[in-house]
Write a protein that binds this ligand. Structure first.
Ligand SMILES: *Cc1c(COP(=O)(O)O)cnc(C)c1O
Length: 384
């Protein structure tokens, strides 16, 4: 319990309760949201939505950013962009938030769970390479699962807690196995791999602006892509597939009402103006946690991989001993420090237990030993 005692001691001067990641609003947030209310354009039409998209393109370097209602909808559209459909499989980590798999299911396809690397907690390119070499074959330019006979269309990589996955190796693996790369960069706004923003490496990438993420629009998400036809298709189907016309209603396919409302985008525009400040405070907080837990024998703190710059969305402690997890969480909760364990492995959830999966030794070895620390901007402001 040395880990817990150190945390409690160092967090003693801070006002409780401490939640995992509370939103932090700059002054412009009130100004832009009020302006939006005053204008009457609170819904799916309005200047803030396109302003927010252009600002996201500038920040991430993506050619196109398409703002949508949440990160899950963004992921759904990413898989649509890859033509994922019934009888397809999509490779994705067992260690991720449930939305990654749900979005595959929304397309009628089957998630196929893969293991993660111990250093990044994201998809392990080497283990996956060995697995695919043995269990798949390439036929007519498609990757076929030899056991199920289904096409494996894509690999979805998730950047855990904002720490970039090993993208170089994963891109090369996707090329060799004819897989489209989708990035679940929901946690990755403001994170870079070799100076390139997450979500811009694959065919498409998804961001989330949920209330607990680095930057929030209340609820929201965005799709990033450099592909012009994909961007045009996604803009169309996220706005009910309405053919543009001054007054007439004509829809040329089954669309989705996924466009981000102007009210949410106003908040996003305000937040983006201080993103650099928010990230710098989060980085200070991460260094502070790393320093106070450096001497601790019973745990390790997850840090950004080499050649990467992480947004440090959520700080994470990995305990040596699984039996310390529940007592650690309970003791911290009793002090008003609301730490949280990581997600359950997705193949252990009822709706995903029959999905294909590779052996998951690393995921199974870490899942019961991780908890996240309060990581919001306000905590950093209170501390420093
Ligand atoms: C937050 C999150 C999502 C979903 O985003 P929402 O905006 O909540 O729908 C998807 N994947 C991961 C990894 C996330 O952390």
């Amino acid at each position: 319990m040395e880990t817990v005692d150190l945390l409690i001691q160092h967090l003693a001067p801070i006002k409780k309760p401490l939640h995992l990641h509370e939103p932090w609003f700059n002054e412009k947030s009130w100004v832009y949201v009020k302006d939006c209310l005053d204008s009457g354009f609170v819904s799916s039409v309005g200047q803030y939505v396109s302003d927010f998209e252009r600002a996201l393109e500038k920040l991430t370097g993506a050619k196109h950013a398409i703002a949508v209602v949440n990160g899950t909808a963004a992921l759904h559209m990413c898989f649509k962009a890859c033509d994922v459909m019934e009888n397809d499989e999509v490779l994705l980590p067992a260690l991720t938030f449930v939305a990654t798999a749900n979005a595959v299911k929304y397309c009628g396809a089957t998630p196929h769970f893969v293991d993660v690397a111990r250093d990044t907690l994201a998809v392990d390119p080497e283990a996956l390479d060995r697995y695919l070499a043995e269990n798949t074959e390439i036929k007519e330019g498609q990757c076929i699962n030899k056991k199920t006979g289904r096409v494996i269309k894509a690999l979805c990589v998730m950047h855990v807690f904002g720490h970039p996955a090993d993208l170089n190796s994963l891109l090369s693996l996707c090329e060799r196995y004819h897989l489209q790369l989708v990035e679940d960069a929901a946690e990755g706004l403001g994170s870079y791999y070799k100076k390139q923003h997450l979500g811009t490496f694959g065919k498409v990438g998804a961001l989330s602006f949920n209330g607990n993420k680095v930057l929030t629009t209340g609820g929201g998400g965005a799709i990033l892509t450099n592909d012009d036809p994909v961007a045009a298709k996604l803009r169309h189907i996220t706005t009910t597939a309405k053919v543009p016309h001054a007054w007439d209603y004509y829809h040329d396919e089954v669309g989705y009402n996924y466009r981000m409302p102007n009210l949410n985008a106003a908040l996003g525009c305000a937040q983006l103006e201080t993103l650099a400040y928010m990230l710098s405070m989060k980085r200070k907080l991460a260094k502070w946690y790393q320093t106070i837990l450096a001497e601790c024998a019973g745990c390790e703190v997850l840090t950004e991989p080499p050649e990467a710059e992480s947004n440090y969305w959520l700080n994470a402690v990995i305990l040596k001993d699984e039996s310390d997890l529940v007592p650690s969480i309970e003791k911290l909760h009793a002090e008003g420090v609301f730490v949280r364990p990581i997600w359950k492995l997705l193949h252990t959830l009822p709706m995903y237990q029959d999905c294909p999966r590779m052996p998951l030794p690393v995921s199974e070895g870490v899942v019961g030993r991780i908890f996240n620390l309060p990581s919001g901007v306000q905590l950093a402001i209170d501390l420093f």
